[in-house]
Design a protein around this ligand. Structure first.
Ligand code: PLP
Length: 198
C-alpha cells in the first residue's frame, strides 16, 4: 500500500485517495461497478462509450447490470450531450480507448452525472500521466469516484499489477466488508479484504 501511495504522485493523482492493487483492470472495473451497484440500489444500468473496453461489458454480465452504449464523435470520444443516465448507477469514462487511444471528456461527464458513480478506465493511457506533456489527458479525472491504471502495460511491470484508486473508500467498505472472527485483528491495520473481492 505504501508503494501504491507513492505511485499516485508521478501520475498526478490526489494524495488523499485510497489505492490498492488488483490483478487486472477487468477486476478493478468489476469491483468498482459492484460498489456503484451497492451505492445506488435499484439502478441497474451502466453507461459507457461505444468504444469502451470489453471488460466493462463483462463486469455488467457478471453483476447482472444492463450496459447502455453512448455514441461517439469524429475523434471516437463519448458525446456527453447524448448521455442517457436514467436508471444508471455508474458511468464509465475511458481515457485511452484500446483501439484508438481516444479520450472521453471526463470533466464534462462529471458535470452532467449528478449522483451517478463515475468510474474512469485509464488502464491503457493512464501510465502516460508520468509525462507532464501528456498530463492533459487526465483533465477531470480528479472528479472520479474510482479509477483504474495498468502498470502492467506502459509502466513495464509484469502481470498482474493493476492499480485501483478511489476517492470513496467508505463506499468500497460498505460493499465488501465482512469480518469473520478469523480475520479480526487487535490493531487498526487497514485490511484490504474489506475493500475488494479477494
Ligand atoms: C487493457 C485494457 C483493459 C483491461 O486490462 P486487463 O488488466 O487486461 O484486465 C481495460 N481497459 C482498457 C482501456 C484497456 O486498454
Amino acid at each position: 500500500m505504501r508503494a501504491h501511495d507513492w505511485s499516485a504522485s508521478p501520475l498526478g493523482l490526489p494524495a488523499t485517495w485510497h489505492g490498492h492493487i488488483e490483478d487486472t483492470a477487468s477486476t478493478g472495473t468489476l469491483t468498482a461497478l459492484a460498489v456503484a451497484r451497492n451505492e445506488l440500489p435499484g439502478r441497474r444500468v451502466v453507461v459507457c462509450s461505444e468504444h469502451a473496453h470489453s471488460s466493462v461489458e463483462k463486469a455488467c454480465r457478471i453483476l447482472e447490470l444492463e450496459l447502455r452504449r453512448t455514441p461517439v464523435d469524429a475523434a471516437f470520444r463519448i458525446r456527453p450531450d447524448l448521455l442517457e443516465l436514467e436508471g444508471a448507477c455508474a458511468v464509465v469514462a475511458t481515457v485511452g480507448t484500446t483501439s484508438t487511444t481516444s479520450i472521453d471528456p471526463v470533466a464534462e461527464i462529471a458535470a452532467r452525472k449528478g449522483d451517478v458513480w463515475l468510474h474512469v478506465d485509464a488502464a491503457y493511457a493512464g501510465s502516460a500521466w508520468v509525462c507532464p506533456e501528456l498530463r492533459f489527458s487526465a483533465a477531470g479525472v480528479e472528479q472520479a469516484d474510482s479509477l483504474v491504471v495498468n502498470p502492467h502495460k506502459w509502466l513495464l511491470v509484469p502481470m498482474d499489477c493493476s492499480a485501483l484508486w478511489t476517492a470513496r473508500p467508505d463506499a468500497f467498505r460498505d460493499a465488501f466488508s465482512l469480518v469473520p472472527e478469523y480475520l479480526r485483528s487487535a490493531d487498526d491495520a487497514v485490511s484490504l479484504s474489506e475493500l475488494a473481492i479477494p
